[in-house]
Design a protein around this ligand. Structure first.
Ligand code: BGC
Length: 889
C-alpha cells in the first residue's frame, strides 16, 4: 500500500512537551500533521503507549493501543489506557491514515510521566527552627541533608514544593532552571509541586541535598497590603525518589533530620528586592564536604490536607537577556543603565572590587526630566537590590526570589566606572512558547505589536498580572478577560490559562462571587462586572482558540454559580446590584459609560457564551435557559439604555461598541448606533475614548459595521489619545493609561501610573484576525476550520502574520504590488479554511499562476462584499488578484 504523505510531529500531552509530574489520570494527547502536498486530511489514527520505549518502537502498546480509530481528531485525544502508577512514564507514538486510507509512519516517541498522588508524600514541610513569624528582615533559610545512594542509580526524580518559594540544589548544583517555584496558587486550596529528572546529579555513595527557602507570595509582600497573606512562615517540601539499577527504590524526604542555617541572602522579597552579603557566602552548602556543625535541626509541620498538584503549565524561567543601550552618570555619581526596553525580571550585576564594597541597584520604568529614576509610580515597592562584595575575583550577582518591571537600572557604589557588561537585563516570565508573529508596512504598528508582546512577557508570570512594577502585580480579572484573545495569538497560553482558571475557581466565594483578582489577595474582594466575568470568558476563549472542552466541563458548575450570583439580585434583568467595586470602563478618556449599562451588556454576553458552552458539552436544557436569559437581558438592555434614535446610554463609544459587538440591538437600530459611534469618534477629532472594557472591541466593531476606514484611522493615529501617541513618546510597552505621560501634563498621578499594563493592548487580536486575517471558526474551534479574511486598508502595503495553532502553522501574508493584491496562505494539514480574497470577480484571481478554477484544493463559492469567498483544503497557496479592488486603498 502507498505511504501517506503525512508526518506526525509535535506530540503534546496536556498541551506540554514531554511533561513530568502529570497528575491527570486521563491526559489529553495532541499532535500536528505536516505534509508537502495539498488537501491532506487524517481519516484515522492509532495511538500506542507503553512504559518501555523499546516495546513501543517494536509496535507494542502495553499501556494502550487505541487501535485504528476512524476520526480526523488530532487534538485532545483522551488517554484511555491503563492508569499510570506514581512516577511511571508512558512513552507514546501516533500514526495516522490519510483520506485515501494510506498510513503514515509512526511519529517519534514522546512521553509523559505521572507524578505523586497525595497519599505518596511521605515527608513533612520544613522551616527554619527559630522563626515563628516571618519578618521582612529574616535571612533566607538554607536547609540540607546528606544521604547515601547505596547502589547504582538508574533513575531519580525530585518532587519539590514550598509554602513560599524554593530553589533546590543537589551536590552543589542547582536543579533545573525554573524560578519562583512552586508558583503562585490559592495556597489554601492547592499547592503546586515540580518534578525534576535528577538522575545525573546523584552519585553512588554519599550525596548532599539542599533547599533555599524564600517568602514569595505565600508570606512575603503581595499587593499593597503587607505580608503573610497565606501563612506566617515559609516551608519547603521534597521527596527524592531514587530507583536503583536492580529495581529497588529509595526515598529521601524532608523531615526532622534536616539541618537549617543561613547564608548570604539577608533579606528577600518579591516586591522590595534583596540584600545579599557575599562575604557570608557558604560555598558547597549542599555538598557532602560542607561543615554544618553550627546548623540547627529544622522545624517540621505535617502535610495537611491541601492538595499537592504537579505543575501542568510552563514554569517561570529566564527567557531573554538584554544588553544595556546607554550608560549615563547622574550628578550624584551613580550610573544609569538604559536597557532600551521596558522589561520584567531583574538585573545581573558583574563587579570586581574590595571586600565590603556595597553596590546598590534601583530600578525604574521611566526617568524624571532631570535624568534621575522616576520611582514614584512604584508606590511602596522598593525594587532595590543591595550587594556587598566578597572581594577578589569578579563577582556575579542576581536575585533569587525577586523580580520587577524596569527599563533603567541605577547603579550606586560601583567600584570605579562600570563597564557596559556590569549590568545585563534578565527577562523572566512563564515560559509560554511564542506562537504568533505580526508585521506590516507601518513601523509604528510594528512597534505597537512589539509593545503588546512585551506587555505579555512582563505580565504573564504565574498568573496574568495587571502590572509588574508597583506594589500590586495581582491577577486582575478584568484585564485578563479583555486581553486573553490577543494573548492566545502571541503565545501558547493554553496551559497557562488552564492553570489560572483553577486559581479563579479556587477564589470563588461560597455565594458564587469570583474575585476581582485571582488568587484573591485581601482586601480586594468580590468581583465587579467584567472583572468576575472573566470566569466565563476565559473558558470560552480556551474553547475557541484551542478547542478545549474539558475546561468548560471542569468549571461549568462554578460558572453557573457566578451566573446565579448575578441573577439572584437582578430580577429586572438590568444588572445594577451586586456590582461590588464596579470599576466601569476603567481609565476611559473623559467618557464615562453608565456602569449599569456596561454591567448589563456583559451579563448578556455571558448568557450568550453560557448557552454556546452548554451546547458544546451537551447540556441542551441549560443552553435553552441561557438563550432565554440572553433574550431577557437584551430586551432589558434596550428598555433601559437604548433610545428611539439609536443613541445608547450617555453616547459613549464603549456603550455602542459593546451593544453592537454583542448583538444587543434590534436590526433596525444597528445602523443608527454605528453612526453615533462614528460621530463620537469624529467629534473627538478621530480619536478613541474607550477604557479597558471598550478598547478590545472597538476596531473589531468598526470593522463589523463597515467602517474599516475609521478602525484604521484609530490604529494609525499618533495624536492623543492613541496607541501611536505613547509610541511617539518612546513607549516600548503598553501603558496603563492613555495619558500616563503627556506633553502638556507630564506624568499622570503616580498613585496609579504603570507603564507596563497590557489591557489597552487588546487591539492586538484585531491586528491578527482582521489586518492580517487569521481567525478562528467557533463552529470548528482550535483552528480546525480557519477563517482567512484579511482586510487591507489604512495605507498599509503589506501585512504578514503566522500563527502556530494547535493544528499547526497558519500563514497569511499579503501585499499590494504594482496594483495587484498578492496573498500567500498556509493552511495546516488536517484543517480546512474559508478564504476571503479581495477581488471584484473570481475571474481575476490566479493561484500559483493558474486561474482559480484550475487550482487544486480551492473552490470558489460566492462573491460577498468585495471578496471572493472560497473553500480551501490544507496546503500552501499564492493568490494574485488582477486589480486592487476599491476597498484596498
Ligand atoms: C489595576 C487594574 C485593575 C484595576 C481595577 C488597578 O489598580 O492595576 O489593572 O483592573 O485596578 O480597577
Amino acid at each position: 500500500m502507498a505511504k501517506s504523505n503525512l508526518s506526525v510531529v509535535q506530540l503534546r500531552c496536556e498541551y506540554l512537551d514531554n511533561p513530568l509530574g502529570i497528575n491527570e489520570p486521563k491526559p489529553r494527547l495532541s499532535w500536528v500533521l505536516e505534509s508537502s502536498r495539498r488537501s491532506q486530511m487524517q481519516s484515522a489514527y492509532q495511538v500506542l503507549a507503553s512504559s518501555s520505549e523499546k516495546d513501543l518502537k517494536g509496535g507494542r502498546g502495553e499501556l494502550w493501543d487505541s487501535g485504528r480509530v476512524e476520526s480526523d481528531q488530532s487534538t485532545h485525544v483522551v488517554y484511555e489506557g491503563k492508569p499510570l502508577e506514581s512516577s511511571q512514564r508512558a512513552y507514546w507514538q501516533v500514526r495516522v491514515w490519510d483520506q485515501e486510507g494510506n498510513a503514515s509512519d509512526y511519529s517519534d516517541a514522546a512521553y509523559w510521566e505521572f507524578g505523586l498522588s497525595q497519599g505518596d508524600w511521605q515527608g513533612k514541610w520544613i522551616a527554619f527552627p527559630t522563626h515563628v513569624n516571618n519578618t521582612a528582615s529574616a535571612p533566607c533559610p538554607h536547609v540540607r541533608k546528606l544521604f547515601t545512594a547505596k547502589k547504582k542509580v538508574a533513575r531519580a526524580r525530585a518532587y519539590a514544593s514550598a509554602l513560599g518559594l524554593y530553589q533546590l540544589h543537589i551536590n552543589g548544583q542547582r536543579v533545573g532552571n525554573d524560578v519562583f517555584t512552586p508558583g503562585w496558587t490559592e495556597y489554601s486550596k492547592r499547592v503546586q509541586y515540580q518534578t525534576y529528572d535528577v538522575t545525573d546529579l546523584i552519585e553512588r555513595g554519599k550525596n548532599g541535598v539542599g533547599i533555599i527557602i524564600g517568602d514569595g507570595w505565600y508570606c512575603g509582600s503581595v499587593g499593597w497590603f503587607g505580608r503573610n497573606h497565606w501563612g506566617p512562615l515559609a516551608h519547603a517540601l521534597l521527596q527524592l525518589r531514587i530507583e536503583y539499577a536492580d529495581g529497588t527504590v529509595e526515598t529521601v524526604v524532608t523531615d526532622g533530620t534536616w539541618e537549617a542555617g543561613t547564608g548570604p541572602l539577608l533579606t528577600s522579597d518579591l516586591l522590595n528586592g534583596e540584600e545579599y552579603d557575599a562575604r557570608l557566602a557558604i560555598p558547597g552548602w549542599s555538598t557532602t564536604r560542607f561543615d554544618d556543625s553550627d546548623w540547627k535541626p529544622v522545624k517540621t509541620q505535617d502535610l495537611g490536607t491541601v492538595p499537592l498538584l504537579g505543575q501542568h503549565s510552563q514554569p517561570v524561567q529566564e527567557v531573554l537577556e538584554l544588553e544595556p543601550k546607554k550608560i549615563t552618570q547622574n550628578p550624584t555619581g551613580s550610573y544609569i543603565f538604559d536597557l532600551g526596553q521596558n522589561m520584567v525580571g531583574w538585573a545581573r550585576l558583574k563587579v570586581k572590587g574590595p571586600a565590603g564594597t556595597i553596590v546598590r541597584l534601583r530600578f525604574a520604568e521611566m526617568l524624571n526630566p532631570d535624568g534621575t529614576l522616576y520611582t514614584m509610580n512604584l508606590r511602596k515597592a522598593k525594587c532595590t537590590d543591595v550587594y556587598t562584595l566578597r572581594g577578589g575575583r569578579t563577582e556575579v550577582y542576581e536575585p533569587t526570589f525577586s523580580f520587577r518591571g524596569f527599563r533603567y537600572v541605577e547603579v550606586t557604589g560601583y567600584p570605579g566606572k562600570p563597564p557596559r557588561d556590569a549590568i545585563t537585563g534578565v527577562v523572566a516570565y512563564s515560559n509560554t512558547p511564542p506562537t504568533g508573529t505580526f508585521e506590516c508596512s507601518n513601523p509604528m504598528v510594528n512597534q505597537l505589536q512589539s509593545n503588546i508582546v512585551w506587555g505579555q512577557r512582563g505580565n504573564f508570570l504565574e498568573v496574568p498580572t495587571d502590572c509588574p512594577q508597583r506594589d500590586e502585580r495581582a491577577g486582575w480579572m478584568g484585564d485578563a478577560q479583555i486581553f486573553v484573545r490577543t494573548a492566545c495569538f502571541n503565545m501558547d497560553v493554553s496551559s497557562f490559562f488552564t492553570k489560572w482558571m483553577d486559581d479563579v475557581v479556587d477564589s470563588q466565594s461560597p455565594e458564587g462571587a469570583f474575585g476581582d483578582v485571582s488568587p484573591r489577595v485581601k482586601p480586594i474582594g468580590d468581583a465587579a462586572p467584567a472583572w468576575g466575568d472573566a470566569g466565563v470568558i476565559i473558558p470560552w476563549t480556551m474553547y475557541l482558540c484551542y478547542g478545549d472542552t474539558r475546561v468548560i466541563e471542569k468549571h461549568w458548575a462554578a460558572m453557573v454559580k457566578w451566573m446565579d450570583y448575578i441573577a439572584a439580585e437582578n430580577p429586572s434583568f438590568v444588572r445594577d446590584k451586586r456590582l461590588n467595586n464596579n470599576y466601569g470602563d476603567w481609565l476611559s478618556i473623559a467618557a464615562e459609560t453608565p456602569k449599569d449599562l456596561l454591567a448589563t451588556a456583559y451579563w448578556a454576553y455571558l448568557a450568550d457564551l453560557m448557552a454556546k458552552m452548554a451546547h458544546v458539552i451537551g447540556k441542551q436544557d441549560e443552553a435553552r435557559q441561557y438563550d432565554e436569559l440572553f433574550a431577557k437581558v437584551k430586551s432589558a438592555f434596550n428598555r433601559a439604555f437604548v433610545k428611539e434614535d439609536g443613541k445608547i446610554g450617555d453616547d459613549t463609544q464603549t456603550g455602542y461598541v459593546l451593544a453592537l459587538h454583542w448583538d444587543l440591538l434590534p436590526q433596525e437600530k444597528r445602523e443608527a448606533a454605528a453612526r453615533h459611534l462614528v460621530a463620537d469618534i469624529e467629534r473627538k477629532g478621530g480619536h478613541l475614548s474607550t477604557g479597558f472594557l471598550g478598547v478590545g472591541y472597538l476596531t473589531p466593531t468598526l470593522t463589523e459595521v463597515g467602517r474599516l476606514d475609521v478602525a484604521y484611522r484609530l490604529l494609525n493615529n499618533r495624536t492623543f489619545p492613541s496607541w501611536g501617541y505613547s509610541i511617539k513618546h518612546g513607549a516600548t510597552t503598553i501603558w496603563e493609561r492613555w495619558d500616563g505621560w503627556t506633553t502638556d501634563k507630564g506624568f499622570q498621578d503616580p498613585g496609579m501610573n504603570s507603564f507596563n499594563h497590557y489591557s489597552l493592548g487588546s487591539v492586538g487580536e484585531w491586528m491578527y484576525h482582521t489586518v492580517a486575517g487569521i481567525d478562528v471558526d467557533p463552529h470548528k474551534p482550535g483552528y480546525k476550520h480557519i477563517i482567512l479574511h484579511p482586510r487591507p486598508g489604512g495605507g498599509l502595503t503589506y501585512a504578514k502574520a503566522a500563527y502556530d495553532s494547535i493544528h499547526g502553522r497558519i500563514v497569511s501574508n499579503w501585499r499590494l504590488r504594482k496594483g495587484k493584491f498578492e496573498w500567500k496562505v498556509a493552511i495546516p494539514a488536517n484543517t480546512t479554511a474559508t478564504l476571503y480574497i479581495p477581488a471584484e470577480s473570481e475571474e481575476e484571481i490566479t493561484e500559483s499562476g493558474e486561474s482559480l478554477g484550475e487550482a487544486e484544493g480551492v473552490r470558489f463559492v460566492r462573491m460577498e462584499e468585495g471578496f471572493a469567498v472560497c473553500e480551501a483544503a490544507s496546503g500552501e497557496y499564492q493568490f494574485v488578484t488582477g486589480q486592487v479592488p476599491a476597498l484596498v486603498g
